[in-house]
Design a protein around this ligand. Sequence first.
Ligand code: NAP
Length: 226
Amino acid sequence: MRIGILGSGIVAAAIGSRLVENGHEVMLGSRSEKNGKGVDWAGQHKINSYYGTFGKAAAFGELLWNCTAGAHSLDCIQNAGIENFSGKVLIDVANPLDFSGGMPPRLTVCNTTSLGEEIQQLLPDAHVVKALNTINVELMCNPTMVEGNDHIALICGDEGRSKERVSQLLLNEFGWKAETIVDLGGIVHSRSMEMLIPFLISIALKNGTYLNGIKIVSLLHAYGSM
Ligand SMILES: NC(=O)c1ccc[n+]([C@@H]2O[C@H](COP(=O)([O-])OP(=O)(O)OC[C@H]3O[C@@H](n4cnc5c(N)ncnc54)[C@H](OP(=O)(O)O)[C@@H]3O)[C@@H](O)[C@H]2O)c1
């Protein structure tokens, strides 16, 4: 499959590399076609790896990823050309973070909206699925690095078939287990997925590592169901 990834950072490179290794054709996109990180990434792989502008990557991919800095993702997507997303699934990994006030970062949007929702509003003809934004880049394609591999990957989005496609990708290509992929519902749940990030960064600062995961403990027996 042809896959377009908006972004040239460590997340785009990690996801892109795994997808190339799995036999897909992948193009990373940037503001500039001469972005050194994109050129280097494409050069690391013998075949099926390309780089270009955001627009070229979005036009190239049958399946698209948003791996840009969340505070600028809407600009990056506009830059890529809204028409290039039409009818496609866009997996949104980005977090709308502002580190200018120190740690933990501030969310640039939250409470009444979220980046995932704003991207879906910007792209009404695309199917946005929020996924992997709560997972450290080293674990995204290697969930078994965490002992027991029972930490969860949250996803959400408005279209069931698109979420099923993303779940299958996480399962078959990235090594996640079906029972640890937790579908929260519609894209509105991007809010809580993004609001987890300052919390996860506080945990990372406390533990001295970003390699932490989330598990859900159900207290059903004690309190009954909703
Ligand atoms: N690092 C992690 O473990 C992790 C985990 C989960 C989610 N995420 C999220 O994944 C996304 C990518 O993270 P990353 O660390 O790989 O990359 P990043 O440094 O957050 O973002 C790099 C991308 O954002 C674009 N960008 C940066 N500043 C911009 C600006 N002012 N205007 C327009 N575009 C701009 C860059 O464009 P150019 O290519 O043109 O330079 C580049 O493609 C982020 O939203 C992050 O929050 C990260």
